[in-house]
Design a protein around this ligand. Structure first.
Ligand code: SF4
Length: 467
C-alpha cells in the first residue's frame, strides 16, 4: 500500500518505537523564543546536560518585544527580563539568536521560512502552537511543551505518539475577494475547533496548488485551531522557487541534491488516509468570526446562528456564552457593525504578500476616523520590504500606524493591547476571551476584510470596495 507524505517523513525520522508507547522522532530544526525556552534551559542546566546539537537550534525574540522604539530598553520589566534571559541562554549554549536589533529578527514562524531555514522533508519543532506554519513546505512541524523543549535540547529527539492522518481536498476556483485566510476559517467553521483533534492534516487539491507559499503558510498556521497536531502541503515548483536563493537555502550541488529529494515528497496515489474531506472552493466566501474560538465563523454576509439552530446542547451553551462575551446577538449580521480597532499582523498574516493585499485596498484612501489601525510586519525583513516597495507611504497616507516587527496585538503579552469592550478585526489566529487584552473582542478575518473595514470603520465585505 502507498504511503502518505506524513508517513514518509515520519518514518525517515523514526529513531525507535517504544513498545506500547510513543515513537522517538529525530528533529531537524528547533526554533525557540523568549517565552517557552527559559524553563527548558534551566532544566538542562540543573541536570548538568549540554545542548546536544546547538547548531540545529535557532532563536528569536518576538512575543514580548515592543513594536515601537525597539532601540530603547524594554519598558515592561517582565518582558525585559525574558528577552535578557534569552540572550544570556543563547550566549551560554552557543545558539544563533536573531534578537532585537538584528536584521533577521521577527516572529519565529515568519523568519524560519523567509530565511530558507524551513525546508521540505524536515521535522521542525518549537515551543509554540503555530509551528504548524512550517508544514506549508512539506515538513512535519508541530508545537511542543516546555518539557519537550528540554528533551529536544538534550537529545535532538522528541517522544511523540503517531497521529492519524487526514486529507482536506479543496478543488476549484476561489471567488473574488476570497484569500487563504478565508479558506482556513471556512474549514474550521465547518469541522469545528476540535474537528481535527488527533490528526495531522495534509491540504491538497487544485485550490491549494494555486496558492503562493505565503498563502499556504496562512492555511497551515491555523491547523492547530481545529485541534490538528499540524498541517502540511506537499512541496512543488512554487515551494522550490520560494526557497531558492534564500539566506540558508542549499546552494550549488547541494541544491540539486536536495531538489531531487524534495521532488519525491508526495503522497502516493494509493495511500489511504484515516479521514478525507472534500471542499468546493466556490462555496467559500470572505469569512469572519463572531465567537471566542476560531471555529465560530460565518461568511461575512451571513447571519450569526441562532441557539435553536444548534442541535448539540454543549455547543449551544458555548455559543450563547461566546455571544455574551462578544456583545453580539443571535440571528444578526455583522456587516455594518462599528469596530474600534484593526490589527494587521501575527504569524498568520504579516508577510509581504498580506501587506501588499492591504495596500491594494487602501491605496489613495483614508481610514475611518473612528478606528485605530495597526500594521505590524512579521519580521525586520518584511519591514524593510514594505519600505522598499513604498507600502509604508500608502499606509501612512491612509492614517495607519506602521509598527516594528513582533507578535504585537496577537496576544496581550506586550504593550499592544486592545481595550476592554472594544472590537478588533484581527488578521491573527485566535479570538479567545482576553487574547488581545482583558475584555477585548476579537473578530478574525483576512487582510482584505481588515483593510476594507479600516476604511469604512464598520465590518465590511471587501467585495463592495473591489467593485
Ligand atoms: S504571532 Fe501570535 S500566534 Fe504567532 S507566534 Fe506570535 S503570539 Fe503566537
Amino acid at each position: 500500500m502507498g504511503r502518505t507524505l506524513f508517513e514518509k517523513i515520519w518514518n525517515n525520522h523514526l529513531v525507535k518505537t517504544i513498545p506500547g508507547g510513543p515513537d522517538v522522532i529525530y528533529i531537524d530544526k528547533h526554533f525557540i523564543h523568549e517565552v517557552t525556552s527559559p524553563q527548558a534551559f534551566a532544566g538542562i542546566e540543573k541536570r548538568g546536560f549540554k545542548i546536544f546539537r546547538p547548531k540545529q537550534v535557532v532563536a528569536t525574540a518576538d512575543h514580548n518585544v515592543p513594536t515601537i522604539n525597539q532601540h530603547l530598553p524594554i519598558r515592561d520589566m517582565l518582558s525585559r527580563l525574558q528577552v535578557d534571559q534569552l540572550i544570556a541562554n543563547c550566549n551560554t549554549h552557543g545558539i544563533e539568536l536573531y534578537g532585537l536589533g538584528h536584521p533577521f529578527q521577527g516572529i519565529v514562524h515568519v523568519i524560519g521560512p523567509e530565511l530558507g531555514i524551513t525546508q521540505p522533508g524536515m521535522t521542525i519543532v518549537c515551543g509554540d502552537s503555530h509551528t504548524s506554519t512550517h508544514g506549508a513546505f512539506g515538513s512535519i512541524a508541530f508545537g511542543i511543551g516546555t518539557s519537550e523543549v528540554e528533551m529536544v535540547f538534550a537529545s535532538q529527539c522528541v517522544l511523540q505518539s503517531r497521529p492519524k492522518v487526514m486529507r482536506i481536498n479543496i478543488n476549484g476556483e476561489l471567488n473574488k475577494g476570497v484569500v487563504s485566510k478565508d479558506i482556513i476559517l471556512y474549514i474550521i467553521s465547518k469541522i469545528t475547533a476540535s474537528g481535527a483533534t488527533g490528526y495531522f492534516v495534509e491540504y491538497a487539491g487544485s485550490a491549494i496548488r494555486a496558492q503562493s507559499m505565503e498563502a499556504r503558510m496562512t492555511i497551515c498556521n491555523m491547523s492547530i485551531e481545529m485541534g490538528a497536531r499540524g498541517g502540511m502541503i506537499a512541496p512543488d515548483e512554487t515551494t522550490f522557487n520560494y526557497i531558492k536563493g534564500r539566506t540558508f537555502a542549499p546552494q550549488g550541488e547541494e541544491w540539486d541534491k536536495k531538489l531531487n529529494e524534495w521532488k519525491q515528497l508526495q503522497t502516493d496515489d494509493d495511500a489511504v488516509f484515516d479521514k478525507e474531506i472534500n471542499i468546493d472552493a466556490a462555496d467559500i466566501e470572505p469569512m469572519i468570526t463572531y465567537g471566542t474560538n476560531p471555529g465560530l465563523g460565518i461568511a461575512i454576509n451571513g447571519l450569526i446562528p441562532t441557539a435553536e439552530s444548534i442541535p448539540d446542547e454543549g455547543e449551544r451553551k458555548n455559543i450563547i456564552k461566546a455571544l455574551e462575551y462578544m456583545g453580539l446577538q443571535q440571528g444578526k449580521t455583522l456587516l455594518g457593525m462599528p469596530v474600534q480597532n484593526i490589527f494587521i499582523g501575527s504569524c498568520t498574516n504579516s508577510r509581504i504578500e498580506d501587506l501588499r493585499l492591504v495596500a491594494g485596498v487602501v491605496k489613495g484612501k483614508k481610514k475611518s476616523e473612528h478606528v485605530k489601525v495597526m500594521i505590524v510586519p512579521g519580521s525586520q525583513q518584511v519591514a524593510a520590504q514594505i519600505k522598499a516597495e513604498g507600502l509604508d507611504k500608502v499606509f501612512e497616507e491612509a492614517g495607519f500606524e506602521v509598527r516594528q516587527a513582533g507578535c504585537s496585538a496577537c496576544l496581550g503579552m506586550n504593550e499592544d493591547k486592545i481595550p476592554a469592550g472594544e472590537y478588533c478585526i484581527s488578521t491573527s489566529n485566535r479570538n479567545f476571551e482576553g487574547r488581545q487584552g482583558a475584555g477585548a473582542r476579537t473578530l478574525l478575518a483576512s487582510p482584505l476584510t481588515a483593510a476594507a473595514s479600516a476604511i469604512t470603520g464598520v465590518v465590511t465585505d471587501v467585495r463592495t470596495l473591489l467593485n
